[in-house]
Structure formats: C-alpha cells, structure tokens
Design a protein around this ligand. Structure first.
Ligand code: M6R
Length: 606
C-alpha cells in the first residue's frame, strides 16, 4: 500500500522512476518524485519548485508521471519518489507525494497513516496547506520545529505523531542526504559503492547490501554510505544489524498479465510448498513436538483471501478433532479478548505486511498465545513479529488478486492438519499420504484442460449485474474465495452464500437474470445443496454447477463436471476454475486484472 523509493548517486531520477515502477503493484492512484536541484524547473500543474527541491507529480499510473519526467533533462544525485494508494484526500496531483513544506526546504514521502494529523494541523497555519493529506502536516511540522539539526528535528517531530509511518525525507538544510524514519510501516535501506537507496518493499530494492530499519530507528543515506540511529539518536553499528537476503524479482516474460502467469504457476508453486515440508522432520524443527503437543485449540486470523484460506484450514483442523476458530483480523483486534489456554494463534498473510493481521498477532502475543505466521515473503514484518514462521514458497506474487499464494496457503494447512494429527497420535503414515495426495492434486491441476470452459463461462457472465455463489461446508469456502476473486477484478457485484441460508432472505433477489454458481463436492451434504439448487431454478435463477456428482436437475444453465478426487481437496482444485473465470471476465470488461481499481497488493494501513 503506497511505495517509497529514494536514491542517492548518479542518475538518481532514473533509479527512482525504475524503483517506483517496481512498487506500482502496491498502489497506483498517483505518483510523484522530489529532486534536489539548484536549477528550478518551469512550473506547471505537475511541477512545483521549492527551495533547492523540485517536485513533479501526476495522477494515475506511473507511466503518466514517466511521460513528464523523462521528457526533461533532469540531473540530480538525490531523489525520492512515491506511488500512492489514497487514504486521505482524492487521488489528484495536490494530494500526491512528495509533499513540500511551505518554505520549500523539506520534501517528504510517507507510507502509513498519521492518526492525530487533524489535531496537529490545528497547531499550524492553515494558509500553508495545499493538500488534504496527513503527510503534508509532517512536512509543515519539520519546517516549524527545525532546530538547526535535521536528524534531531525529525526525531522531535516523530515523537509527536500517532499512527504508522515510513518516511523518506530530503531537505536543503542538509543536501546530499536522505533521512529515513520508521514506525510500524516497513522500510529497508541499502548501499553499495557510490550509491545508497531506501525502499518500502524488501523485494523491490536494488542494492549490494540491504538492511532492515526497525521501529523507532532512523537512517541517514549518503552516497555509498549508510548510518543508522536508535530512538535516542545513538548511532548503531550497521554490522550488527540483520542483513537481508533478497528474493529475486519476477519478470512477466511472455504472459500478458501477472495474474495469468501466477495462475499458470499454481501446480509448480504447490509442489514447491509440499517439497519444503515433505519430511516431517522439517516441521519438527520449526514447531517442536515438546512445545506443540499440548495445543488443544487453534485460532486462525487473516484478511481477504488469506482469511479464506484460514477458513478451509479451520475445517481441516476440525476433521482432525482439534477445536479451531477463524477470524478477520480487523474485527478480531477490537473485540473483547477471551482468555484461551493451550491455544496456537496462526496468522496468514501472503505479503507478511498487512497491518491488521500484524496488529492482531501482536495482541495475541501480548495475551500470551503462541503465534505462528504463514507467509510468502521472507523477512517480511510478520516473520519478525511471530514466534514461529512457515513459508508458503509460492514465489513472488505481483498481481493484486491473490491466486497461487492462496493455493499454497491451503497446501500448508493440509500439511499442518496432518502434522498436528502426527503430534497427537504419532500417525506418520497419514502425514506421508497427505504429501503424496497434494502432489497428485498439483499434477491434476497442471493437466486439467479448463481454459476453454472458463473462457466460455466468462463470456456468459461478463454482462451480469449481480452474481451469487453457493455451497455448503468446504463448498461454501470455495464460494467465498471465488466470489472475492470475481468481484475484485471484474467489479461485478458477487456474493457468496451458504446454500442453506439463501432461503432466509437473499433468495428474494434471484430472478431470471441472476447467475448462481453452485459448488457441490461433499457427498454427505450433496442432496441438501441439490435441494437448494432446485429452489434457485424454481425462481428462474441460472445455475452454473461445479460438481463431480450426477445432477438430477437437468435445468441448470451450465454444468462443469469436475473429476472425482478426495473431497477435502476440492477447494484447492476447483478454485483454479474460478481464478481463470475471474481473469477472463476482467479482460472481457477491459479491466486490468493486475491493478484493479481502488486496491493495492499489501494493505499496510488499518
Ligand atoms: O498480504 P495478505 O495476504 O495479508 O493480504 C490480505 C488481503 O489484503 C488479500 O488477500 C486481498 O484480499 C487480495 N487482494 C485478494 O485477492
């Protein structure tokens, strides 16, 4: 959510433009750059000269900014840039970062939210403000409280802030430096010969040596040099800071979109996840028997797709006789906490940066629960916050709509459920069998020729105004994730419903123009769901049925006969159809599936 990139060294403007481009998946409402330069530019709606600093900004995707920046000869050794996902004020040029102080001597880019910004704004002259953002308040405070020393001014201002931030700041009071501060929003810094760099995303930074800045720390970047300070401004030996091993960036290659590529990679991603935990010893090292055999309850927390993966996880643990609950992180954080004994709290997050999930994790830790993170991103914030960590190994996921990461989160839950069974009963056979089964499913997805039917179904539904998805048990969980996928990139209203709940109100919305996807894969409850399907058909609703079973009601609109597999694996298998249908539907509607409107890949604000 928002991206920061700053660079000191030759061609800093080019490096920053490339850097924010790599971060664009985090937000793409508007973008901007601040350049330290003594040569003012011709001012226009996009360009504003400060005192020794010029900002250039534009609305929309970074390509819009690129057009105006790259058209000019911009030479500077110091630049900071930002790609924005709007939180305060519309996504227009004025609200874009970087923000200049009134005297033009400070420029700042920010990720996070300053919660007390209105209160702070009241203490500043209202004539100074050009934007509606929380960030501009910080720029004006830097000017107001400047005490002759830049770093101590930044520290003093930070102490007045409530909320979360990662800042990169340049100032003409102290040229050729970038100042960095962090509180609850990730930021990494790096350097090499003749350059140094700051970035909000571990996977998008380019640098020979990369270090993570901790909460409350400050960093000062110079050409080829980096200094880090603690919250009392005592310098920290950077050799003592954890150095970061970076995951390689991913290229789009021959694919049209990351989402397409990432769906295609699902089988190989599942195989990678399974391989990592194929030997039970690996999990025994991460989650030692002694510490976990007494676990009686599991609590799974996440947001969006990660929450949906947790819902499937819940059913898998329940199958093993373990009491399990799931919760949406943003809800869990603010409800009364019920004391729990022998409970493991699991936090699922692809990015490992989701503010609500990390907030819920910290709360559980405070309350004395053991915490385990399931994440895809090495060195992400959640990996430092949790007591234990399991990686999904899906490979980088760039498309905003989560696909392969979801499948790998499920794979981890299948394995974990059998691991807890092994801890309880010593049943290694069941664990090994699970590994084999998951490999089989990965193969089945790989060779399942479903592109044609998915594109046909996308054709069918793409003009719909409203769609419902129904199922019971695990089939309801399929419906939940499928409906999120479809709505987030097609913008068609789509709701998931437990099949049996439809008749308690929502069925009144079903008419001859309503498509209803129905998932029926669980033998025990299939007749019940078929009954609910009949109720929809009776109201002329158009059923699109996914099932391995013979269907008695010939009046469905479309039927996708899926192969017979062990029932517990249907969420892993069937979601692939719905990921593809969503992708094709977005394309038919002219939407960019990688950058759906109003969304961002990692949600680092509450
Ligand atoms: O990075 P996380 O897994 O914590 O992200 C959680 C949600 O924001 C995320 O799954 C979101 O719902 C996706 N865009 C869905 O495709």
């Amino acid at each position: 959510m928002c991206g920061i990139y700053g660079y000191i060294g030759e061609k800093s403007v080019c490096e920053v433009m490339k850097g924010i481009k790599r971060l664009e998946y985090r937000g793409y409402d508007s973008a901007g750059i601040a350049i330290q330069t003594d040569l003012p530019f011709a001012e226009d709606g996009n360009t504003r000269n400060g005192d020794g600093i010029t900002t250039i900004k534009n609305k929309g995707e970074i390509s819009n900014l690129e057009k105006i920046v790259l058209n000019r000869v911009v030479k500077s050794n110091v630049a900071i840039g930002h790609t924005r996902w709007a939180t305060h004020g519309q996504p227009n040029i004025k609200n874009s970062h970087p923000h200049l102080s009134h005297d033009g001597k400070w420029a700042i880019v920010h990720n996070g939210i300053i919660e007390n910004y209105l209160e702070l704004k009241e203490q500043l002259s209202s004539d100074f403000f050009v934007s509606e953002t929380d960030t501009e308040v910080v720029a004006q405070m830097l000017e107001k409280y400047y005490n002759g020393d830049v770093l101590s001014t930044i520290k003093m201002v930070c102490e007045k802030l409530k909320g979360s931030y990662a800042f990169a700041i340049i100032t003409s009071h102290c040229k050729n430096k970038i100042f960095v501060a962090r509180q609850n929003s990730p930021v990494v810094v790096g350097y090499g010969k003749n350059y140094s760099v700051v970035c909000s995303d571990i996977n998008s930074i380019k640098g020979d040596r990369i270090l993570m800045i901790e909460n409350g720390q400050f960093a000062v970047l110079e050409k080829g040099k980096l200094s880090v300070y603690d919250n009392c401004l005592k310098e920290i030996d950077i050799n003592e800071l954890g150095e970061i091993e970076k995951a390689g960036g991913e290229k789009l290659g021959d694919y049209s979109h990351y989402m397409q590529k990432e769906i295609e990679e699902i089988p190989i991603a599942i195989k990678r996840t399974v391989k990592a935990y194929a030997n039970v010893e690996t999990l025994e090292k991460i989650l030692p028997k002694k510490r976990f055999e007494k676990i009686k309850n599991i609590l799974i927390i996440g947001c969006g797709t990660a929450y949906h993966a947790g819902l499937v996880g819940q059913r898998l643990f329940e199958e093993e006789g373990i009491f399990c609950e799931s919760a949406i992180a943003s809800e869990f954080r603010y409800k009364p906490f019920t004391e729990r004994k022998n409970t493991l709290a699991i936090f699922v997050s692809q990015s490992g940066e989701t503010a609500d999930t990390i907030g819920a994790l910290k709360l559980c830790k405070q309350k004395g629960l053991k915490t385990l993170a399931i994440t895809n991103v090495k060195n992400s914030s959640i990996t430092f916050a949790a007591d234990y960590c399991i990686y999904t190994n899906a490979g980088s996921e760039i498309g905003v709509a989560s696909t392969k990461a979801y499948n790998c989160q499920l794979a981890v839950f299948y394995i974990l459920s059998k691991y807890f069974n092994y801890l309880k009963h010593g049943d290694l056979k069941a664990y090994d069998e699970e590994i084999k089964n998951l490999r089989r499913i990965a193969k089945l997805i790989k060779y399942n020729d479903n592109k044609h039917i998915c594109s046909k179904l996308a054709q069918k539904i793409h003009k719909a105004r409203s769609i419902y998805m129904i199922g019971r048990g695990l089939d309801y969980n399929i419906a939940q994730e499928a409906s999120l996928k479809l709505k987030e990139i097609s913008y068609i209203h789509c709701e998931a419903y437990p099949a049996g709940e439809l008749k308690h109100g929502t069925i009144s919305l079903i008419d001859k123009n309503t498509f209803v996807f129905a998932f029926v894969t669980q033998e025990k409850i299939k007749d019940k769901t078929f009954g609910n399907i009949n109720e929809v058909v009776a109201r002329e609703g158009k059923i699109i049925l996914f099932s391995p079973f013979d269907n008695a009601n010939k009046k469905v609109c479309e039927e996708v006969k899926v192969p017979k597999i062990k029932e517990r694996y249907y969420p892993l298998f069937i979601i692939n159809y719905l990921q593809l249908i969503s992708y094709y539907t977005a394309l038919l509607l002219g939407n960019n599936p990688d950058k759906p409107r109003s969304l961002a890949k990692s949600v680092t604000v509450e």
